[in-house]
Design a binder for this molecule. Sequence first.
Ligand code: PEP
Ligand code: MG
Length: 580
Amino acid sequence: MDSVLRGIPASAGLVVGPVHLLRWEVPEVRQRLILDEDIEAEIARLHVAIARAREKLVTLRTRAEAWAGATEAAIFDVQLSMLADDELLLAVEALVRQNLGAEKAFDIVLLDWQQRFARSSSPMLRERVGDLTDVHIRVLSILLDLPDHDPVDVPKGSNAILVTHDLTPSLTLQLDREAIGGIATESGTATAHVAILARSLGLPAVVGLRRAAAALKGGELAILDGTEGTLTISPTESEVADARTRAEADQLRDEELRELAQAAAVTLDGQAMVVRANVDIPEEADLAASSGADGVGLMRTEFLVVGRTNMPDEDEQYRAYRKVLEAFRGRPVIIRTYDIGGDKLPVGGYPHEANPFLGWRAIRMCLDEAELFKVQLRALLRAAVHGDLRIMLPLVVTVDEVRETRTLLGEAEQELAERGASFRADVPLGVMVETPAAAVACDTLVRDVDFLSIGSNDLVQYTLAVDRGNVNLAPRYTPLHPAVLRLIREVASTGAQHDLPVGLCGEMGSQPLTVFALIGLGVRQLSVAPRAVPIVKRLIRSVTVTAARDAVTAALASGGTAREVELVLRRRLRVALGEG
Ligand code: PEP
Ligand code: MG
Protein backbone atom coordinates (compact mmCIF):
# COMPACT_ATOMS: atom_id res chain seq x y z
CA MET A 1 0.00 0.00 0.00
CA ASP A 2 1.36 3.38 -0.93
CA SER A 3 0.76 6.52 1.05
CA VAL A 4 1.06 10.06 -0.17
CA LEU A 5 2.40 12.82 2.07
CA ARG A 6 1.59 16.37 1.04
CA GLY A 7 3.90 19.31 1.58
CA ILE A 8 4.78 22.52 -0.20
CA PRO A 9 6.32 22.39 -3.70
CA ALA A 10 9.76 23.97 -3.35
CA SER A 11 11.78 22.97 -6.40
CA ALA A 12 10.21 21.44 -9.51
CA GLY A 13 11.05 17.99 -10.81
CA LEU A 14 10.37 14.36 -10.19
CA VAL A 15 12.60 11.75 -8.65
CA VAL A 16 12.08 8.06 -8.00
CA GLY A 17 14.56 6.68 -5.51
CA PRO A 18 15.24 5.20 -2.08
CA VAL A 19 14.55 7.28 1.02
CA HIS A 20 17.60 8.37 2.97
CA LEU A 21 16.58 9.55 6.44
CA LEU A 22 18.85 12.14 7.99
CA ARG A 23 18.18 12.81 11.65
CA TRP A 24 20.58 15.65 12.23
CA GLU A 25 19.23 16.78 15.58
CA VAL A 26 20.70 16.66 19.04
CA PRO A 27 19.28 13.44 20.50
CA GLU A 28 17.48 13.47 23.79
CA VAL A 29 19.70 12.31 26.62
CA ARG A 30 18.38 10.85 29.83
CA GLN A 31 20.12 11.37 33.14
CA ARG A 32 22.02 8.22 34.21
CA LEU A 33 24.01 7.91 37.41
CA ILE A 34 26.97 5.55 37.62
CA LEU A 35 28.66 3.86 40.55
CA ASP A 36 32.03 5.09 41.84
CA GLU A 37 33.75 1.89 40.71
CA ASP A 38 32.49 2.41 37.14
CA ILE A 39 33.89 5.92 36.73
CA GLU A 40 37.18 4.98 35.07
CA ALA A 41 35.44 2.64 32.62
CA GLU A 42 32.94 5.38 31.78
CA ILE A 43 35.77 7.84 31.09
CA ALA A 44 37.41 5.24 28.88
CA ARG A 45 34.09 4.83 27.02
CA LEU A 46 33.98 8.57 26.49
CA HIS A 47 37.48 8.55 25.02
CA VAL A 48 36.65 5.68 22.69
CA ALA A 49 33.57 7.58 21.43
CA ILE A 50 35.61 10.72 20.87
CA ALA A 51 38.27 8.77 19.00
CA ARG A 52 35.57 7.27 16.77
CA ALA A 53 34.04 10.69 16.12
CA ARG A 54 37.49 11.99 15.17
CA GLU A 55 38.07 9.09 12.78
CA LYS A 56 34.73 9.83 11.15
CA LEU A 57 35.58 13.51 10.81
CA VAL A 58 38.92 12.71 9.20
CA THR A 59 37.15 10.52 6.63
CA LEU A 60 34.57 13.23 5.95
CA ARG A 61 37.30 15.81 5.64
CA THR A 62 39.16 13.79 3.02
CA ARG A 63 35.98 13.23 1.06
CA ALA A 64 34.84 16.84 1.29
CA GLU A 65 38.24 17.98 0.07
CA ALA A 66 37.98 15.71 -2.95
CA TRP A 67 34.57 16.91 -4.09
CA ALA A 68 34.05 20.34 -2.59
CA GLY A 69 37.57 21.72 -2.25
CA ALA A 70 39.90 22.61 0.60
CA THR A 71 37.90 25.62 1.81
CA GLU A 72 34.74 23.62 2.44
CA ALA A 73 36.76 20.79 3.99
CA ALA A 74 38.22 23.18 6.55
CA ILE A 75 34.89 23.05 8.44
CA PHE A 76 35.98 19.68 9.70
CA ASP A 77 39.33 20.95 11.03
CA VAL A 78 37.53 23.18 13.49
CA GLN A 79 35.40 20.28 14.68
CA LEU A 80 38.46 18.07 15.00
CA SER A 81 40.20 20.66 17.13
CA MET A 82 37.13 20.93 19.37
CA LEU A 83 37.33 17.22 20.04
CA ALA A 84 40.98 17.61 21.00
CA ASP A 85 40.31 20.52 23.35
CA ASP A 86 41.64 19.70 26.84
CA GLU A 87 39.38 22.20 28.57
CA LEU A 88 36.30 20.63 27.03
CA LEU A 89 37.37 17.07 27.76
CA LEU A 90 38.37 17.86 31.34
CA ALA A 91 34.99 19.51 31.97
CA VAL A 92 33.19 16.38 30.74
CA GLU A 93 35.44 14.10 32.77
CA ALA A 94 34.81 16.20 35.89
CA LEU A 95 31.07 15.57 35.56
CA VAL A 96 31.62 11.85 35.02
CA ARG A 97 33.68 11.87 38.24
CA GLN A 98 30.56 13.26 39.91
CA ASN A 99 28.81 10.02 38.84
CA LEU A 100 27.09 11.26 35.69
CA GLY A 101 26.83 8.96 32.68
CA ALA A 102 29.23 10.05 29.89
CA GLU A 103 26.45 11.02 27.47
CA LYS A 104 24.75 13.33 29.97
CA ALA A 105 28.09 14.82 31.01
CA PHE A 106 28.98 15.50 27.37
CA ASP A 107 25.51 16.92 26.70
CA ILE A 108 25.70 19.35 29.63
CA VAL A 109 29.17 20.63 28.75
CA LEU A 110 28.35 21.05 25.06
CA LEU A 111 25.15 22.97 25.82
CA ASP A 112 27.08 25.19 28.19
CA TRP A 113 29.78 25.86 25.57
CA GLN A 114 27.20 26.60 22.90
CA GLN A 115 25.58 29.20 25.13
CA ARG A 116 28.92 30.76 26.00
CA PHE A 117 29.97 30.91 22.35
CA ALA A 118 26.62 32.35 21.29
CA ARG A 119 26.92 35.15 23.83
CA SER A 120 30.57 35.85 23.08
CA SER A 121 31.59 39.27 21.80
CA SER A 122 33.97 37.60 19.35
CA PRO A 123 32.37 36.95 15.95
CA MET A 124 34.82 34.07 15.44
CA LEU A 125 33.53 32.27 18.51
CA ARG A 126 29.91 33.04 17.69
CA GLU A 127 30.37 31.48 14.30
CA ARG A 128 31.48 28.23 15.89
CA VAL A 129 28.20 27.42 17.60
CA GLY A 130 27.11 25.41 14.58
CA ASP A 131 30.31 23.36 14.71
CA LEU A 132 29.75 22.66 18.38
CA THR A 133 26.25 21.42 17.52
CA ASP A 134 27.65 19.12 14.85
CA VAL A 135 30.20 17.71 17.29
CA HIS A 136 27.49 17.42 19.94
CA ILE A 137 25.27 15.34 17.65
CA ARG A 138 28.11 13.20 16.36
CA VAL A 139 29.57 12.17 19.74
CA LEU A 140 26.17 11.66 21.39
CA SER A 141 25.07 9.44 18.50
CA ILE A 142 28.09 7.24 19.14
CA LEU A 143 27.67 7.17 22.92
CA LEU A 144 23.98 6.34 22.59
CA ASP A 145 24.66 3.84 19.83
CA LEU A 146 22.36 5.59 17.37
CA PRO A 147 22.68 4.93 13.64
CA ASP A 148 25.02 7.15 11.68
CA HIS A 149 23.17 9.52 9.39
CA ASP A 150 25.67 11.54 7.43
CA PRO A 151 24.23 12.95 4.22
CA VAL A 152 27.50 12.29 2.44
CA ASP A 153 27.31 8.57 3.21
CA VAL A 154 24.83 7.93 0.43
CA PRO A 155 26.41 5.88 -2.40
CA LYS A 156 26.89 7.72 -5.69
CA GLY A 157 24.32 7.06 -8.36
CA SER A 158 21.63 6.04 -5.84
CA ASN A 159 19.38 9.00 -6.70
CA ALA A 160 18.26 9.01 -3.07
CA ILE A 161 15.54 11.20 -1.63
CA LEU A 162 17.00 12.88 1.42
CA VAL A 163 14.33 13.26 4.10
CA THR A 164 15.14 15.36 7.13
CA HIS A 165 13.56 17.69 9.62
CA ASP A 166 15.39 20.79 8.55
CA LEU A 167 18.26 21.07 6.13
CA THR A 168 20.53 23.98 6.88
CA PRO A 169 22.28 25.67 3.95
CA SER A 170 25.60 24.31 5.26
CA LEU A 171 24.30 20.74 5.12
CA THR A 172 22.79 21.45 1.70
CA LEU A 173 26.17 22.59 0.46
CA GLN A 174 27.71 19.35 1.71
CA LEU A 175 25.31 17.19 -0.26
CA ASP A 176 26.84 14.92 -2.82
CA ARG A 177 24.84 15.77 -5.89
CA GLU A 178 25.87 12.52 -7.54
CA ALA A 179 24.15 10.64 -4.73
CA ILE A 180 21.13 12.74 -3.76
CA GLY A 181 18.34 13.12 -6.32
CA GLY A 182 15.86 15.15 -4.27
CA ILE A 183 15.20 16.75 -0.90
CA ALA A 184 12.20 16.51 1.42
CA THR A 185 12.05 18.45 4.68
CA GLU A 186 9.50 18.51 7.45
CA SER A 187 9.96 22.20 8.11
CA GLY A 188 10.38 25.09 5.72
CA THR A 189 8.37 26.96 3.13
CA ALA A 190 8.77 27.77 -0.55
CA THR A 191 10.88 30.84 0.20
CA ALA A 192 13.01 29.25 2.91
CA HIS A 193 16.66 29.10 1.96
CA VAL A 194 16.73 25.35 1.60
CA ALA A 195 14.10 25.75 -1.13
CA ILE A 196 16.04 28.50 -2.85
CA LEU A 197 19.28 26.50 -2.74
CA ALA A 198 17.54 23.35 -4.00
CA ARG A 199 16.29 25.32 -6.99
CA SER A 200 19.78 26.69 -7.60
CA LEU A 201 21.23 23.20 -7.47
CA GLY A 202 18.43 21.90 -9.70
CA LEU A 203 17.33 19.34 -7.10
CA PRO A 204 13.61 18.59 -6.85
CA ALA A 205 12.42 19.49 -3.35
CA VAL A 206 9.32 19.41 -1.21
CA VAL A 207 9.27 21.23 2.11
CA GLY A 208 6.77 21.46 4.95
CA LEU A 209 6.17 17.68 4.90
CA ARG A 210 5.17 17.55 8.51
CA ARG A 211 5.86 14.30 10.35
CA ALA A 212 7.41 12.74 7.23
CA ALA A 213 10.26 11.11 9.15
CA ALA A 214 7.85 9.28 11.47
CA ALA A 215 6.12 7.74 8.45
CA LEU A 216 9.38 6.39 7.02
CA LYS A 217 11.85 3.65 7.88
CA GLY A 218 14.61 4.68 5.50
CA GLY A 219 15.61 2.69 2.43
CA GLU A 220 12.08 2.26 1.05
CA LEU A 221 11.31 3.40 -2.50
CA ALA A 222 9.50 6.72 -2.88
CA ILE A 223 8.48 9.25 -5.52
CA LEU A 224 9.24 12.87 -4.77
CA ASP A 225 7.25 15.31 -6.88
CA GLY A 226 8.69 18.78 -6.40
CA THR A 227 6.10 20.30 -8.72
CA GLU A 228 3.07 18.92 -6.88
CA GLY A 229 4.67 18.95 -3.44
CA THR A 230 4.14 15.26 -2.68
CA LEU A 231 6.12 12.32 -1.41
CA THR A 232 4.64 8.94 -2.33
CA ILE A 233 5.97 6.22 -0.06
CA SER A 234 6.31 2.66 -1.36
CA PRO A 235 4.59 3.41 -4.68
CA THR A 236 2.98 0.71 -6.78
CA GLU A 237 4.72 -0.50 -9.93
CA SER A 238 2.33 1.44 -12.12
CA GLU A 239 2.92 4.63 -10.12
CA VAL A 240 6.66 4.21 -10.60
CA ALA A 241 6.21 3.63 -14.33
CA ASP A 242 3.96 6.67 -14.57
CA ALA A 243 6.45 8.82 -12.68
CA ARG A 244 9.30 7.72 -14.95
CA THR A 245 7.23 8.59 -18.04
CA ARG A 246 6.42 12.00 -16.61
CA ALA A 247 10.10 12.60 -15.79
CA GLU A 248 10.95 11.85 -19.44
CA ALA A 249 8.18 14.17 -20.65
CA ASP A 250 9.54 16.91 -18.38
CA GLN A 251 12.91 16.45 -20.01
CA LEU A 252 11.38 16.87 -23.46
CA ARG A 253 9.75 20.06 -22.32
CA ASP A 254 13.14 21.15 -20.96
CA GLU A 255 14.53 20.97 -24.48
CA GLU A 256 11.75 23.21 -25.76
CA LEU A 257 12.44 25.59 -22.88
CA ARG A 258 16.14 25.70 -23.74
CA GLU A 259 15.26 27.02 -27.17
CA LEU A 260 13.09 29.66 -25.57
CA ALA A 261 16.01 30.74 -23.42
CA GLN A 262 17.59 32.44 -26.43
CA ALA A 263 14.39 34.30 -27.40
CA ALA A 264 13.83 37.99 -26.58
CA ALA A 265 11.69 38.83 -23.53
CA VAL A 266 9.17 41.06 -25.29
CA THR A 267 5.41 41.10 -24.70
CA LEU A 268 2.95 40.67 -27.58
CA ASP A 269 2.37 44.44 -27.56
CA GLY A 270 6.08 45.16 -27.80
CA GLN A 271 7.12 45.92 -24.22
CA ALA A 272 10.71 44.76 -23.71
CA MET A 273 11.38 43.18 -20.33
CA VAL A 274 14.71 42.33 -18.70
CA VAL A 275 15.04 38.81 -17.33
CA ARG A 276 18.09 38.16 -15.21
CA ALA A 277 19.24 35.24 -13.10
CA ASN A 278 19.64 34.83 -9.35
CA VAL A 279 22.97 33.27 -8.45
CA ASP A 280 23.60 31.85 -5.01
CA ILE A 281 27.04 30.32 -5.38
CA PRO A 282 29.77 31.32 -7.87
CA GLU A 283 29.86 27.75 -9.25
CA GLU A 284 26.37 28.36 -10.64
CA ALA A 285 27.53 31.27 -12.80
CA ASP A 286 28.16 29.29 -15.99
CA LEU A 287 24.82 27.52 -15.80
CA ALA A 288 23.09 30.85 -15.15
CA ALA A 289 24.92 32.49 -18.05
CA SER A 290 23.72 29.79 -20.43
CA SER A 291 20.10 30.03 -19.20
CA GLY A 292 19.39 32.97 -21.50
CA ALA A 293 19.48 35.46 -18.63
CA ASP A 294 20.43 39.03 -19.42
CA GLY A 295 22.89 39.22 -16.53
CA VAL A 296 22.53 38.59 -12.81
CA GLY A 297 19.80 40.44 -10.91
CA LEU A 298 20.80 39.08 -7.52
CA MET A 299 23.89 37.31 -6.29
CA ARG A 300 23.38 36.28 -2.67
CA THR A 301 26.89 36.63 -1.24
CA GLU A 302 26.04 35.16 2.16
CA PHE A 303 26.40 31.70 0.64
CA LEU A 304 30.14 32.42 0.49
CA VAL A 305 30.02 32.44 4.28
CA VAL A 306 27.53 29.71 5.09
CA GLY A 307 29.05 26.47 6.28
CA ARG A 308 32.32 28.11 7.23
CA THR A 309 33.90 29.18 10.42
CA ASN A 310 35.65 32.32 9.25
CA MET A 311 34.74 35.09 6.84
CA PRO A 312 36.20 34.84 3.33
CA ASP A 313 39.03 37.34 2.91
CA GLU A 314 39.22 40.08 0.27
CA ASP A 315 41.09 38.00 -2.30
CA GLU A 316 38.76 35.03 -2.02
CA GLN A 317 35.73 37.26 -2.43
CA TYR A 318 37.34 39.11 -5.31
CA ARG A 319 37.91 35.80 -7.12
CA ALA A 320 34.29 34.70 -6.51
CA TYR A 321 32.80 37.96 -7.83
CA ARG A 322 35.20 38.05 -10.75
CA LYS A 323 34.18 34.52 -11.72
CA VAL A 324 30.53 35.57 -11.96
CA LEU A 325 31.34 38.77 -13.87
CA GLU A 326 33.50 36.88 -16.35
CA ALA A 327 30.84 34.23 -16.88
CA PHE A 328 28.43 37.01 -17.89
CA ARG A 329 30.88 38.72 -20.27
CA GLY A 330 29.99 42.37 -19.79
CA ARG A 331 26.31 41.88 -19.01
CA PRO A 332 25.09 43.55 -15.77
CA VAL A 333 25.77 41.64 -12.57
CA ILE A 334 24.08 42.88 -9.40
CA ILE A 335 25.88 41.61 -6.32
CA ARG A 336 24.10 41.98 -3.00
CA THR A 337 26.20 42.73 0.06
CA TYR A 338 25.98 40.25 2.93
CA ASP A 339 22.47 39.44 4.08
CA ILE A 340 23.76 37.64 7.15
CA GLY A 341 21.67 37.04 10.27
CA GLY A 342 17.99 36.07 10.61
CA ASP A 343 17.60 32.83 8.71
CA LYS A 344 20.83 33.25 6.80
CA LEU A 345 23.63 32.01 8.98
CA PRO A 346 22.51 28.86 10.71
CA VAL A 347 26.01 27.58 11.18
CA GLY A 348 27.15 30.89 12.45
CA GLY A 349 26.92 32.10 15.93
CA TYR A 350 25.32 35.44 15.83
CA PRO A 351 23.82 36.28 19.18
CA HIS A 352 20.55 34.59 19.94
CA GLU A 353 17.79 37.07 19.21
CA ALA A 354 14.15 36.88 20.20
CA ASN A 355 13.12 38.15 16.75
CA PRO A 356 15.92 37.45 14.28
CA PHE A 357 13.91 38.65 11.27
CA LEU A 358 13.55 42.01 12.99
CA GLY A 359 17.07 41.79 14.29
CA TRP A 360 20.67 42.61 13.75
CA ARG A 361 21.13 41.46 10.20
CA ALA A 362 21.95 42.47 6.63
CA ILE A 363 22.85 46.13 6.13
CA ARG A 364 22.37 46.81 9.86
CA MET A 365 25.02 44.31 10.86
CA CYS A 366 27.35 45.36 8.00
CA LEU A 367 27.25 49.03 8.97
CA ASP A 368 27.94 48.18 12.62
CA GLU A 369 30.84 45.91 11.64
CA ALA A 370 32.36 48.41 9.21
CA GLU A 371 35.73 46.69 8.92
CA LEU A 372 34.11 43.38 7.96
CA PHE A 373 31.87 45.24 5.49
CA LYS A 374 34.78 47.12 3.93
CA VAL A 375 36.54 43.84 3.11
CA GLN A 376 33.52 43.01 0.97
CA LEU A 377 33.30 46.49 -0.54
CA ARG A 378 36.99 46.45 -1.51
CA ALA A 379 36.61 43.00 -3.09
CA LEU A 380 33.59 44.28 -5.07
CA LEU A 381 35.36 47.43 -6.27
CA ARG A 382 38.34 45.37 -7.41
CA ALA A 383 36.14 42.82 -9.19
CA ALA A 384 34.25 45.66 -10.91
CA VAL A 385 37.05 46.12 -13.45
CA HIS A 386 36.07 42.74 -14.92
CA GLY A 387 32.54 43.59 -16.03
CA ASP A 388 29.39 45.61 -15.39
CA LEU A 389 29.12 45.23 -11.62
CA ARG A 390 26.41 46.90 -9.55
CA ILE A 391 26.19 46.74 -5.76
CA MET A 392 22.89 46.19 -3.95
CA LEU A 393 22.09 46.59 -0.25
CA PRO A 394 19.63 44.28 1.55
CA LEU A 395 16.94 45.18 4.10
CA VAL A 396 17.26 48.92 3.72
CA VAL A 397 14.66 50.91 5.67
CA THR A 398 16.14 54.39 5.57
CA VAL A 399 18.24 56.47 3.20
CA ASP A 400 20.83 56.93 5.97
CA GLU A 401 21.90 53.34 5.38
CA VAL A 402 22.65 54.18 1.75
CA ARG A 403 24.54 57.33 2.68
CA GLU A 404 26.62 55.52 5.31
CA THR A 405 27.44 52.84 2.75
CA ARG A 406 28.56 55.51 0.29
CA THR A 407 30.92 56.88 2.96
CA LEU A 408 32.37 53.38 3.50
CA LEU A 409 32.66 52.90 -0.26
CA GLY A 410 34.66 56.15 -0.38
CA GLU A 411 36.96 54.84 2.36
CA ALA A 412 37.33 51.50 0.57
CA GLU A 413 38.29 53.32 -2.65
CA GLN A 414 40.87 55.36 -0.79
CA GLU A 415 42.35 52.27 0.85
CA LEU A 416 42.63 50.53 -2.51
CA ALA A 417 44.17 53.62 -4.14
CA GLU A 418 46.77 53.83 -1.36
CA ARG A 419 47.62 50.20 -1.99
CA GLY A 420 47.96 50.82 -5.71
CA ALA A 421 45.30 48.16 -6.41
CA SER A 422 43.27 48.35 -9.59
CA PHE A 423 39.57 49.01 -9.02
CA ARG A 424 36.57 50.90 -10.40
CA ALA A 425 35.24 53.85 -8.43
CA ASP A 426 31.87 54.65 -10.01
CA VAL A 427 30.06 51.38 -9.28
CA PRO A 428 26.26 51.89 -9.29
CA LEU A 429 24.62 51.38 -5.88
CA GLY A 430 21.05 50.17 -5.50
CA VAL A 431 18.83 48.94 -2.70
CA MET A 432 16.40 46.13 -2.16
CA VAL A 433 12.86 47.10 -1.33
CA GLU A 434 11.96 44.35 1.10
CA THR A 435 10.20 46.22 3.89
CA PRO A 436 7.00 48.25 3.92
CA ALA A 437 9.15 51.20 5.08
CA ALA A 438 11.28 51.09 1.93
CA ALA A 439 8.24 50.56 -0.30
CA VAL A 440 5.97 53.25 1.16
CA ALA A 441 8.78 55.78 1.40
CA CYS A 442 10.72 54.78 -1.70
CA ASP A 443 10.53 58.36 -2.94
CA THR A 444 12.93 59.20 -0.08
CA LEU A 445 15.48 56.78 -1.52
CA VAL A 446 15.40 57.66 -5.19
CA ARG A 447 17.86 60.54 -5.15
CA ASP A 448 20.54 58.50 -3.42
CA VAL A 449 20.37 55.24 -5.34
CA ASP A 450 20.94 54.08 -8.91
CA PHE A 451 18.30 51.34 -8.94
CA LEU A 452 15.68 49.57 -6.83
CA SER A 453 14.99 45.86 -6.62
CA ILE A 454 11.92 44.51 -4.89
CA GLY A 455 12.72 41.53 -2.66
CA SER A 456 9.25 40.06 -2.65
CA ASN A 457 10.12 37.14 -0.39
CA ASP A 458 10.76 39.50 2.47
CA LEU A 459 8.31 42.18 1.36
CA VAL A 460 5.48 39.64 1.68
CA GLN A 461 6.77 38.47 5.05
CA TYR A 462 7.08 41.95 6.53
CA THR A 463 3.91 43.34 5.00
CA LEU A 464 1.71 40.48 6.15
CA ALA A 465 3.69 39.87 9.38
CA VAL A 466 3.97 36.21 8.35
CA ASP A 467 7.27 34.41 8.96
CA ARG A 468 8.33 33.12 5.53
CA GLY A 469 9.95 30.04 7.09
CA ASN A 470 7.12 28.96 9.39
CA VAL A 471 5.39 25.90 8.01
CA ASN A 472 2.28 26.50 10.12
CA LEU A 473 1.83 29.87 8.45
CA ALA A 474 2.48 28.70 4.88
CA PRO A 475 -1.18 29.10 3.77
CA ARG A 476 -1.13 32.68 5.11
CA TYR A 477 1.97 33.61 3.13
CA THR A 478 0.11 35.07 0.17
CA PRO A 479 2.12 37.15 -2.32
CA LEU A 480 -1.12 38.11 -4.08
CA HIS A 481 -2.52 39.91 -1.04
CA PRO A 482 -3.72 43.35 -2.23
CA ALA A 483 -1.43 45.08 0.28
CA VAL A 484 1.60 43.50 -1.37
CA LEU A 485 0.39 44.25 -4.89
CA ARG A 486 -0.31 47.88 -4.05
CA LEU A 487 3.16 48.32 -2.56
CA ILE A 488 4.75 46.84 -5.66
CA ARG A 489 2.70 49.12 -7.91
CA GLU A 490 3.74 52.12 -5.82
CA VAL A 491 7.43 51.25 -6.08
CA ALA A 492 7.22 50.59 -9.84
CA SER A 493 5.48 53.90 -10.48
CA THR A 494 7.82 55.91 -8.23
CA GLY A 495 10.76 54.37 -10.07
CA ALA A 496 9.23 55.23 -13.45
CA GLN A 497 8.60 58.85 -12.37
CA HIS A 498 12.25 59.24 -11.44
CA ASP A 499 13.60 57.28 -14.36
CA LEU A 500 15.05 54.73 -11.98
CA PRO A 501 15.18 51.03 -12.96
CA VAL A 502 12.96 48.87 -10.72
CA GLY A 503 13.47 45.12 -10.69
CA LEU A 504 12.06 42.27 -8.65
CA CYS A 505 14.23 39.40 -7.48
CA GLY A 506 12.02 37.35 -5.15
CA GLU A 507 10.21 34.12 -5.98
CA MET A 508 7.20 36.06 -7.33
CA GLY A 509 9.30 36.65 -10.43
CA SER A 510 9.49 32.92 -11.19
CA GLN A 511 5.83 31.85 -11.32
CA PRO A 512 3.80 32.54 -14.50
CA LEU A 513 0.74 33.82 -12.60
CA THR A 514 2.68 36.27 -10.46
CA VAL A 515 4.79 37.36 -13.45
CA PHE A 516 1.55 38.22 -15.25
CA ALA A 517 0.51 40.31 -12.21
CA LEU A 518 3.93 41.99 -12.03
CA ILE A 519 3.78 43.04 -15.69
CA GLY A 520 0.39 44.57 -14.96
CA LEU A 521 1.78 46.37 -11.90
CA GLY A 522 4.51 48.02 -13.98
CA VAL A 523 7.57 45.92 -13.11
CA ARG A 524 9.84 45.62 -16.16
CA GLN A 525 12.86 43.76 -14.80
CA LEU A 526 12.84 40.35 -13.14
CA SER A 527 15.55 38.22 -11.66
CA VAL A 528 14.73 34.54 -11.27
CA ALA A 529 16.30 31.14 -10.65
CA PRO A 530 18.31 30.22 -13.79
CA ARG A 531 15.99 27.32 -14.53
CA ALA A 532 12.96 29.61 -14.50
CA VAL A 533 14.39 32.01 -17.14
CA PRO A 534 12.79 30.27 -20.16
CA ILE A 535 9.48 29.71 -18.35
CA VAL A 536 9.31 33.40 -17.51
CA LYS A 537 10.26 34.39 -21.05
CA ARG A 538 7.54 32.14 -22.45
CA LEU A 539 4.93 33.86 -20.31
CA ILE A 540 6.18 37.34 -21.21
CA ARG A 541 6.07 36.49 -24.92
CA SER A 542 2.49 35.19 -24.64
CA VAL A 543 0.72 38.19 -23.06
CA THR A 544 0.20 41.90 -23.57
CA VAL A 545 0.86 44.62 -21.02
CA THR A 546 -2.69 45.83 -21.59
CA ALA A 547 -4.18 42.46 -20.66
CA ALA A 548 -1.94 42.22 -17.60
CA ARG A 549 -2.81 45.74 -16.46
CA ASP A 550 -6.54 45.14 -16.91
CA ALA A 551 -6.26 41.83 -15.06
CA VAL A 552 -4.56 43.45 -12.07
CA THR A 553 -7.09 46.27 -11.98
CA ALA A 554 -9.95 43.78 -12.05
CA ALA A 555 -8.27 41.55 -9.48
CA LEU A 556 -7.70 44.41 -7.06
CA ALA A 557 -11.31 45.48 -7.42
CA SER A 558 -12.53 41.95 -6.83
CA GLY A 559 -13.16 41.99 -3.13
CA GLY A 560 -9.97 42.07 -1.21
CA THR A 561 -8.66 38.62 -0.38
CA ALA A 562 -5.55 37.08 -1.87
CA ARG A 563 -7.69 34.14 -2.95
CA GLU A 564 -10.10 36.39 -4.86
CA VAL A 565 -7.21 38.22 -6.49
CA GLU A 566 -5.72 34.89 -7.51
CA LEU A 567 -8.96 33.60 -9.03
CA VAL A 568 -9.45 36.70 -11.15
CA LEU A 569 -5.82 36.67 -12.29
CA ARG A 570 -6.00 32.98 -13.16
CA ARG A 571 -9.12 33.47 -15.21
CA ARG A 572 -7.65 36.48 -17.02
CA LEU A 573 -4.39 34.70 -17.67
CA ARG A 574 -6.19 31.73 -19.21
CA VAL A 575 -8.05 34.10 -21.51
CA ALA A 576 -4.83 35.96 -22.38
CA LEU A 577 -3.18 32.66 -23.26
CA GLY A 578 -6.16 31.67 -25.38
CA GLU A 579 -6.95 28.76 -23.08
CA GLY A 580 -10.50 29.61 -22.22
C1 PEP B 1 13.77 38.56 -1.17
O1 PEP B 1 13.62 38.83 0.03
O2 PEP B 1 12.84 38.55 -1.99
C2 PEP B 1 15.09 38.23 -1.70
C3 PEP B 1 15.28 38.09 -3.00
O3 PEP B 1 16.08 38.02 -0.81
P1 PEP B 1 16.24 36.67 0.04
O4 PEP B 1 15.28 35.66 -0.49
O5 PEP B 1 17.66 36.29 -0.10
O6 PEP B 1 15.88 37.16 1.42
MG1 MG C 1 15.34 39.18 1.27
